[in-house]
Every structure is written in C-alpha cells, then in structure tokens.
Write a protein that binds this ligand. Structure first.
Ligand SMILES: *Cc1c(COP(=O)(O)O)cnc(C)c1O
Length: 429
C-alpha cells in the first residue's frame, strides 16, 4: 500500500500541529506507524491522499450512522448554505430538531422534556455537570473509571489511592482542588456506590455514566446495576446523568435510556445528533432545564450554538433513523458477530466480540468479557495494533486504538462485512 503522500503530510503537520493532529488518538501512537491523511468519504468507504480506498469502521468515531455524505444530509446542508452560514439568532431549525428529539425520545424516556444545543460532546457534558451542581446546590460528582466524558476539567479525573476517595487530575493543568470534587469509582460495584453515598450523599450533585461505556473497550453493564444507580441517586436527591454521546440514536433512537428503560434526569448527546457537523446537546426534565440562563441562574451560552447548518444536517440524519434502519443494523451486527465467533473457533481462539446494536469491540483475549476498565488486559492491545495494520493493508479502516469500538453504518452491505471477516480470518497471531 502506497502511503507516500500521507507520510509527507505528516512530516509537515508535526511542525505546525502538536503531534501533527488536533485530537490525540488520530496520531496513531497507540498502534504505531504513520497517520493516514484522508480526503474523502463516500457511503461506507474512505479515500486517502494517496488514492487508497478503505471500508470505514470508525465512522468519524460514531456520528456517521448513515455513512459519509448521505444524499439527504448533503441536500439539507446545500439548501441551507444558500441562505446563511450563521445568524446568531433563533432559527426555525432549532425548534424542529428539538421537537423531533423530545417527541421521539420521550415516548420511551418520559422525563426528557427540554433540550439545549451546544457545539460538541465535551461542551454538553460540561454544561450538564454545571446544571446538576446549580440545580442541586451541591458540589460533588461521581464518575466511573472506564467511562469517557470529553475533556472537561471536572471529569478528567482518575481514582485516588484507595477506593471511594477523592479523585486526582488525569491531565496536567487541572487543579487538585477541582479534582477533589469528583469521586471516581470502578464500574459494576454497587457496594462502593452505596458507601460513597453514605459518606458524601448530601453533597453529591450527580452521578454521570456512559450507560453503554464505549470509550474503553465496550464495557456492557448489567441492567440491574444501571437501575441501582437510578434508585440510589433518587434516594439521595442527586441527579443521574446518562452520557449518551455515543449510545444516543445509535443503540436505538432513544439511546441506552430507551433500551434499558431507565429514566435519567439528564442526557448528554453528541456525535450522531449533528449528522457529521459539530453539535452536542443536553436534555432533561423541564424543571431542571428551566434552571439554565436566561430562565434560571445556571449560565450557559454559545455564539454558534444551534447553528442552522448543523441543525439542518442533524434534522436530515435523525429523520432517516426509522425502526427499519435499527433492525437492519442489528441484523448486520448479528451477522458480523456470529461469523467472527466462527472464525475464532476455527482458529481455536477464545477471543471475544462484544456487541450491542451497531457498536462492536473485538477483545483479543481469552478472559471473560470485561465489565470494568481495569479488567482489560494490556497484552490484547499489542495484538490489536498488529491487527489494525493487517486490516489497513486489506483496505479496512478501524479506529487506531484497541480501546476504541467499531461502528457499522447503514450503507455497509454483506460484501463489506465479508471483507472484514476475511481480514480476521487471514490474521495470524
Ligand atoms: C465523544 C464523547 C464525548 C466527547 O465529545 P466531543 O464531541 O469529542 O467533545 C463525551 N462523552 C462520550 C461518551 C463520548 O463518546
């Protein structure tokens, strides 16, 4: 595979951009090798600067459920750019997208009554945390190891030594004093959550979790565990925040909340919601969202929030998400899962494919599927790095890190999935 131009771009990039990138995983540090410079996406295919074609299982990290450049999304954007790029005023599309989401999601998750749009997932989480604190007049946030919530200070925090203690910054540049307001717990452990609430319950503003943790492998949780979090937060008057930036509109239209039939107080959205444009949002009960400025005392604003082009793309993409689409993706997922297992068996490997709807994660390990971040064995990541490059050479683009999940998209057919299966089959350990 000729990567000459990618190599040249990267050489130039590292002079001007830290590590040559604008988001760390893109630099390929976790798999080694030269990052690839892509220029075009079409359906489920990607084209790089050297003219190589790849089947895209990364999907821009999740937003592209309909693949690249779905004609209706492109049409909506083209129509809109004839009128304006940004107005900084209210716009009918904000109302339309809000209405569509609230109507459809609240059928399954009745507490979702109002929404505010922002420009990224991180911004959505940051605002939801501030809102939780402002609404409850409390300071502490509980989060879980193995969940990612963007790069907001309060959540770039890791567990301290000893369980159920205050967190420490997991990035330089975050004050210890702020990290202390975050309690970091392992997933899948009711007892530690109980202990934490017994100790700090009257100062816990909210518990934030990815109900389908998909940023550190795919750590599917027990439904009873999620229900337990619902119960204990209610009991102590804390808010339950579901970070559905990946799972929202992906697991089902109403996300993991609908799938597990659990009503969080706040949901954060990103990725799919913008149809490929930079959009995030947080949604929840009217009573809570009414605390946001200018209705209430919790300040939150954005020059480009609710941008008409981004809203147009979001409306077009979400409108395409019918029950049939989810059914079709489920069937493709099932096909992938069953056939990968067959290949693993044939090779006498007890490796795992973990899957929910169109999200999958290949765990190259003989151990049982992990439910906690610390159960993932590092050895599997070295194998993944080799598998990544093997797949790449076969024209398959996976996320350049073994901790990242893969996504199926609507335009993917049996042909593309079979091509991926062949790559799994021809991979020698
Ligand atoms: C991607 C992601 C974020 C951050 O969103 P950005 O748009 O990258 O800021 C937050 N939470 C989860 C669960 C995510 O997957």
């Amino acid at each position: 595979m000729n990567l000459q131009k990618s190599i040249e771009f990267y050489k130039e990039a590292i002079q001007y951009l830290p590590a040559g990138v604008n988001s760390p995983v893109r630099a390929f540090y976790q798999v080694g090798g030269n990052p690839i410079y892509f220029i075009k996406g079409n359906g489920c295919y990607l084209e790089d600067v050297d003219g190589n074609m790849y089947i895209d299982f990364c999907n821009s990290w999740g937003p592209l459920i309909h693949g690249h450049r779905h004609p209706e999304v492109i049409f909506a954007i083209q129509e809109q750019i004839q009128k304006t790029l940004t107005l900084g005023t209210p716009h009918p599309f904000e109302v339309e997208l809000a209405k569509m989401i609230i109507h459809k999601v609240s059928k399954d998750v009745p507490g979702i009554e109002m929404i505010r749009f922002v420009n990224s997932g991180t911004e959505a989480v940051m605002s939801a945390i501030r809102l939780a604190r402002g609404h409850t007049n409390r300071n502490k946030i509980v989060k879980f190891e193995g969940c990612y919530h963007g790069h907001f200070d309060s959540l770039l925090v890791k567990a301290g030594s000893g369980l159920a203690t205050f967190g420490h910054p997991s990035s330089a540049g975050i004050p210890e004093a702020l990290a202390k307001e975050t309690v970091v717990l392992p997933l899948d452990d009711e007892l530690l959550v109980e202990k934490t609430f017994k100790k700090f319950g009257d100062d816990i503003a909210g518990v934030i979790i990815e109900p389908v943790p998909a940023n550190n492998g795919l750590l599917l949780q027990r439904k009873e565990y999620l229900e337990f979090l619902r119960k204990i937060t209610t009991q102590y008057g804390s808010l339950l925040i579901f970070d559905e930036i990946i799972s929202g509109f992906r697991i089902s239209f109403s996300g993991a909340s609908g799938y597990y039939n659990i009503q969080p107080d706040l949901i954060t959205y990103g990725k799919i919601i913008g149809g490929g444009m930079p959009v995030g949002a947080f949604a929840g009960k009217r009573e809570i969202l009414s605390k946001i400025s200018p209705l209430g005392p919790v300040y939150q604003a954005g020059t480009l929030s609710g941008n008409p082009i981004a809203m147009a793309a979001g409306i077009a993409q979400l409108r395409l998400l019918t029950d049939e689409v989810y059914q079709d993706l489920e069937e493709k997922g099932k096909y992938l899962e069953e056939n990968i297992i067959k290949i693993f068996h044939k090779k006498s490997l007890n490796w795992k494919i973990i899957r929910i709807a169109s999200i999958f994660w290949i765990y190259m390990d003989e151990e049982k599927p992990p439910r906690r971040g610390d159960q993932i064995r590092k050895e599997s990541m070295n194998l993944y790095a080799r598998f990544f490059h093997h797949s790449l050479s076969k024209g398959i683009y996976l996320a350049p890190s073994g901790y990242e999940v893969g996504f199926l998209s609507v335009p993917m057919g049996k042909k593309e999935i079979d091509h991926f299966l062949e790559a799994v089959d021809s991979f020698h350990v």
